[in-house]
Ligand binder design. Structure first.
Ligand SMILES: Cc1cc2nc3c(=O)[nH]c(=O)nc-3n(C[C@H](O)[C@H](O)[C@H](O)COP(=O)(O)OP(=O)(O)OC[C@H]3O[C@@H](n4cnc5c(N)ncnc54)[C@H](O)[C@@H]3O)c2cc1C
Length: 465
């Protein structure tokens, strides 16, 4: 049941109004309800006030106002965090969604990106110049939360994580000051923002390195009957072990969606889908992806040249905003037989038609950087499993969450024990598992930049007293 917000009195709100250019939304209006609604339909929280920032000055005003009035601060970028950390009961929500400009410098191959940008907006602007930086596979995700947690996608085996392509940030700190951070300036803060989430301040601008990509890439899904899953995954394991960094092949076990390239008789039946991507030269890609296309007897094979920006949106429809979601994740050093057996075992019991057992291929350039080069520590993972448990009926909450936890537990013996902070579904996740060897330095950086833990509605690292 939703908690009702303790409203701030009008005179307190007007105090902020005098130093604010964007919109201030108070409980009870349609605009407020729209702004507090985030991607995961499980999350129904009532902030005390929503500050829709028009620019950096508004963020500074909002941070100072919140600390003066002892209001917890939540920060909303794209609102895709599974645990719903962008919104909290009785907190001040700093909503960055109006700040969505992207400035590309085609000569330098860099982009300056505001924190309300979502991935399809970034791809749209960079692809106008045949450029891109590695980001996630769902284009409605926010660049801010994705980057701050690490960020990986189809281009990551070739060009590294999103944070590996981050050149600098501007940050509003806990005392309401704007600072710049890069490898040469406030290096500790820059280190922390590359994987440490929103722990250190509100990032107001991201500067990214871009690379020449597309505009067409070789990509597409290859669909097989679920009955062939074990054989398919063993073959995939063999091919993935030798794949060059331009390749990323992910797999998904789910019920076949009613998409036009899948024969009608298969719609709603369980399938294993290989999603194949080659980010380099097309003719070379044809040769390199062919062995995956030759395995078994596919129901459908839609691999071909696709616009990169279109491929980045290809899976959006499978994880729509508003469904109920509980996602769990694991990282793996390799695909063992036990892991494959567990994928197949739980593939049998997938609880809903919308649920997916997904496994992305990582490694490549991601793992070529030292663990302590950024706060993101999982530089050993070759594969990552994401259980996209998704359903619509609230009556099924308990059953679906229990299924995800059971499968997650069954996979634990095969996994590294590290967990990507961006895929933690609980409000209070396991910080050691998320930050691993880098946890100690995270605490030091937190203690220096946010000693009072002003920014705690995130995968929170506590400062030392
Ligand atoms: C459908 C879907 C697909 C996904 N696919 C991928 C994927 O392919 N690869 C991948 O790496 N991840 C993926 N993710 C995970 C995604 O990276 C995280 O959910 C991320 O937190 C989303 O960022 P956001 O800005 O949309 O979220 P929000 O919920 O708005 O923010 C997430 C967290 O970041 C903090 N935050 C947001 N903006 C700022 C800011 N400017 N300054 C400081 N703190 C801030 C928030 O307070 C919150 O704690 C996916 C998630 C979903 C739902």
């Amino acid at each position: 049941m939703a908690i009702h917000a303790t409203p701030l009195d009008d005179s307190t709100v007007s105090e902020l109004e005098t130093r604010f250019r964007g919109e201030l939304l108070t409980p009870g209006t349609a605009e407020f309800n729209e702004a507090r609604t985030i991607w995961n339909g499980m999350i129904d929280r009532q902030p005390a006030l929503i500050a829709q920032c028009a620019g950096v000055a508004d963020i500074i005003s909002a941070v100072r106002f919140a600390t003066e009035h002892d209001l917890p601060i939540s920060v909303k970028g794209g609102g895709h965090n599974i645990a719903g950390r962008a919104v909290e009961d009785n907190a001040l929500m700093i909503d960055l969604s109006p700040m969505n400009s992207v400035r590309v410098d085609p000569e330098a191959k860099t982009a300056r990106v505001e924190p309300g940008v979502v991935l399809n907006e970034l791809d749209h602007e960079t692809q106008a110049f045949g450029l891109a930086t590695p980001v996630g596979y769902n284009s409605t995700t926010g660049i801010a939360g994705l980057t701050l947690g690490g960020g990986w996608g189809w281009l990551s085996r070739r060009y590294g994580l999103t944070v590996d392509n981050l050149l600098s940030v501007d940050v509003v700190t806990a005392d309401g000051e704007l600072v710049h951070a890069s490898e040469d300036e406030n290096e500790d803060l820059f280190w922390g923002t590359r994987g440490g989430g929103g722990n250190f301040g509100v990032v107001t601008s991201f500067e990214f390195q871009l690379h020449e990509v597309g505009p067409e890439v070789l990509s597409g899904p290859i669909v097989h009957p679920f009955e062939d899953a074990e054989m398919m995954l063993k073959e995939h394991r063999r091919l993935a072990a030798e794949a060059p960094n331009e390749v990323a092949v992910w797999f998904v076990i789910r019920h076949a969606p009613p998409l036009p390239f899948i024969p009608k008789e298969w719609h709603g039946k369980k399938v294993l889908i290989l999603a194949a991507f080659y980010g380099g030269e097309m003719a070379e890609g044809e040769k390199i992806l062919q062995p995956w296309r030759d395995i078994g007897d596919p129901i459908a094979d839609a691999v071909g040249p696709h616009p990169y920006a279109g491929w980045q949106q290809a899976f959006d429809g499978l994880a729509p905003a508003g469904s109920r979601h509980y996602w769990k994740s694991h990282n793996f050093l390799e695909m063992t037989d036990g892991m494959i057996e567990t994928f197949v075992e739980f593939g049998e019991t997938i609880p809903t038609e919308l649920t997916e057992i997904a496994c992305a291929q990582l490694g490549g350039a991601i793992n070529q950087k030292p663990v302590d080069s950024t706060a993101y520590p999982h530089r050993d993972a070759e594969f990552t499993m994401v259980l996209h448990t998704q359903w619509e009926d609230p009556e099924r909450d308990e059953e679906c969450i229990a299924w995800a936890r059971e499968m997650h537990e069954a996979m634990t013996p095969h996994a590294t024990g590290g967990v990507y902070a961006n895929f933690v579904p609980e409000k209070d996740g396991d910080q050691q598992a998320a930050y691993r060897e880098n946890y100690g330095r995270m605490v030091e950086v937190k203690t220096k930049w946010d000693p009072e833990n002003v920014f705690q509605l995130n995968h929170n690292v506590k400062p030392t007293a």
